[in-house]
Design a protein around this ligand. Structure first.
Ligand SMILES: Nc1ncnc2c1ncn2[C@@H]1O[C@H](COP(=O)(O)OP(=O)(O)O)[C@@H](O)[C@H]1O
Ligand SMILES: [Mg+2]
Length: 402
């Protein structure tokens, strides 16, 4: 029996850990939080901060591991690569892991290869704000160089805005670095590309719709297939695969994020080296019939990934509607009761739905990924009909607040 090590054992990892066990594997998992939901599912568990690779290796104490992986956690990607190298296991390499998690390093590499992207400038201290803004212009986006989940991201209209927010952006960067980028207008898209033996197989391209206001970075609706068409669709697929190749991913799952602008151009927002969170793995499963977790486990074990596991089996239009406060379907306030999802799940076209709401928590206006408190996935003959179904079903979610 082979053993896989999961680095990080949060909510997203839990499902993947269950899947690994279904596939007949023994699972070891590490997380610094002793209550991480995935730890309870693992056969071997260690409470340790994965940011400290030496501590993880020590905690494993000679345990025989055949593969190492993570799901959804960007911060775990460099740790997984480092552990794989130390244990002589298959991995993406520490250099590629760095290029695919550190936004400044990524932008520099993409620029060298001529990949279309916004103007950018790196900054570490306030005194650099004028230089950075001169290089980038307004409107701009300020973000930590290496964080995720929309933490520390701000829209910037003036040098005063940088003064106001740089501290927070730097505070969430483990390397204390931020990046200022030209704000790109347009339709945002998520791509899923599987790299296998140095070749890129594009699986899905879907629209990622965002709410107006401070939550401008939060994906609150996914639509498959994406709504771009013609030349811009071809360009999007080309840019997605070219970015993955440029960053050096030879075997693994890549998550390129793009913006298609009204002038017909396509720009790269970022390109991660992992299975995305936010139900994107569910999107891929329902849309094209590919199980990304199984694919990732095979890469981690160095096993062959046959066409049957990665080539789209069908193309099913769908929509994912996240449950958020206004203008989403949830009320704001302290949760006093969450009803059953029976009616939601019975709605025509609905294939999956869940809430992560707990009685006593406060539902706030949308600002971060974490303000998404559940989702509804619906299929239909077209993506727009699927969205209508998902919206209608989401209105049946029964949440009481005070
Ligand atoms: N340069 C940009 N122009 C327009 N929107 C952006 C830009 N950079 C980021 N965003 C928005 O913010 C979101 C989060 O930014 P991203 O760089 O992907 O950081 P994270 O690592 O938190 O996912 C993006 O998905 C996009 O919606
Ligand atoms: Mg992102």
């Amino acid at each position: 029996m082979k053993t896989v090590l999961f680095v990080g054992a949060g909510r997203h990892q839990r499902r993947a850990i269950q899947r690994a066990k279904e596939l007949g594997l023994r699972v070891a998992a590490v997380d610094r939080n002793p209550d991480a939901p995935g730890l309870g599912e693992a056969d071997v568990r260690r409470v340790v901060d994965y940011a400290d690779v030496e501590a993880v290796l020590k905690a494993l104490d000679g345990l025989e591991v055949d593969g190492v992986l993570t799901v959804s956690a960007d911060s775990a990607v460099p740790a997984v690569a480092a552990i794989a190298e130390r244990l002589g296991l298959p991995g993406i390499g520490v250099e590629t892991a760095h290029l695919m998690t550190h936004k400044v390093a990524m932008r520099r590499r993409l620029a060298d290869a001529g990949v279309p992207q916004p103007r950018f400038a790196a900054l570490r201290r306030l005194s650099e704000r004028h230089r950075a803004l001169d290089e980038v212009g307004v409107p701009a986006v300020l973000k930590p160089a290496d964080s995720g989940g929309q933490r520390g991201i701000f829209r910037i209209e003036s040098v005063d805005d940088i003064e106001l927010h740089l501290h927070e952006a730097l505070a969430v960067s483990p390397t204390n670095e931020a990046i200022l980028e030209q704000f790109v207008d347009g339709t945002e898209m998520n791509g899923i590309v599987v790299a296998r033996g140095g070749e890129q197989l594009p699986l899905t391209l879907s629209d990622r719709l965002r709410p107006p206001g401070v939550g401008f970075g939060v994906g609150w609706i996914h639509l498959y297939p994406a709504t771009v068409y013609g030349h811009q669709l071809e360009e999007s697929e080309h840019v997605a695969t070219y970015a993955v190749r440029t960053l050096g991913l030879r075997n693994g799952i890549a998550f390129p994020q793009l913006i298609a602008s009204p002038d017909g151009t396509v720009s790269v927002v970022e390109c991660a080296a992992r299975i995305p969170g936010g139900q994107m793995a569910d999107l891929v499963r329902h849309a094209v019939g590919v199980d990304l977790v199984e694919v990732q486990i095979r890469f981690a074990l160095g096993e062959e990934v046959p066409d049957e596991l990665v080539v789209p089996r069908f193309r099913q239009p769908l929509a994912i509607r996240f449950l958020t406060a206004e203008p989403g379907p949830l009320p704001t306030g302290r949760v006093v009761g969450v009803g059953s999802l029976e009616k939601v799940l019975a709605f025509p076209g609905v294939v999956q739905a869940d809430t992560y709401l707990q009685v006593g928590e406060v539902i706030r206006p949308v600002r971060l990924d974490g303000d998404r408190r559940g989702y509804v996935i619906a299929t239909a003959p077209t993506n727009l009909e699927a969205l209508e179904r998902a919206e209608a079903a989401a209105r049946l979610v029964d949440v009481e607040v005070e």
